[in-house]
Design a protein around this ligand. Structure first.
Ligand code: GRF
Length: 203
């Protein structure tokens, strides 16, 4: 199977990016990370990319007249690298129509809660404060809402009485690093079929 090119968008430390790069390097996904783009020049994700010899591009939204122009530049970079699938990995912005139109059905995200519960920022802490007994993470396709797109994979973790938001987040993160590469692999091996809101996983 021909390898697919992934474009990863990350705003911060990039541990999910690392799990994706590691899975590609180990041959667990028939893909390569072709480019990493960050809206934050100081993101450690960019450093991880450079160390792995992967193109790392910082884009400052303040350098553009509006979000559409900013995203047109990102789309250009993604296309220059022949990207098939865009993976959001801790990218702290809502994706706009410019990028969604250019990569329709080809943008994925990982969210640190069991959607549709606790969308938006700090999903782990929201769940912990709410007092749920189980939480987890969700990989989903991205639509124009906030963490609302069709769900691909989820993983569940227990919440213990002595948890803090941080210990819960760490337990969830372990599962993120497992299911995000798995979901990307399903996409890259043509196993995912989107029927409306439902994502079917084929044989
Ligand atoms: C993760 O918890 C992810 O679910 C959320 O942002 C965090 C990014 O962490 N969207 P990292 O940059 O991948 O380490």
């Amino acid at each position: 199977m021909e390898k697919k090119n992934l474009g990863v968008l990350a705003s911060g430390r990039g541990s999910n990016l690392q799990s994706i790069m590691d899975a590609c390097a180990a041959g667990r996904i028939p893909a390569r990370v072709a480019v990493v783009i960050s809206d934050n020049n100081d993101a450690y994700a960019l450093e991880r990319a450079r160390r792995a010899g992967i193109a790392a591009v910082a884009v400052n939204i303040d350098d553009y007249t509006d979000k559409a122009e900013y995203e047109r530049y990102i789309v250009k970079v993604l296309m220059e690298h022949g990207v098939h699938l865009v993976c959001l990995a801790g990218y702290m912005r809502l994706v706009g129509t410019t990028m969604l139109d250019a990569f329709a059905g080809r943008v994925m995200n990982i969210h640190p809660a069991l959607l549709p519960a606790f969308p938006g920022l700090h999903g782990q802490e929201q769940a912990w404060r709410y007092g749920v007994k189980y939480s987890g993470c969700t990989v989903h396709f991205v639509d124009d809402g906030m963490d609302t797109g069709p769900i691909i994979l989820q993983a569940v973790v227990p919440v213990y009485d002595d948890d803090t938001a941080d210990t819960l987040a760490a337990r969830i993160l372990e599962q993120e690093h497992r299911i995000y590469p798995e979901a990307i692999n399903l996409y890259c091996t043509d196993k995912l079929v989107i029927e409306g809101r439902i994502v079917r996983i084929g044989a």
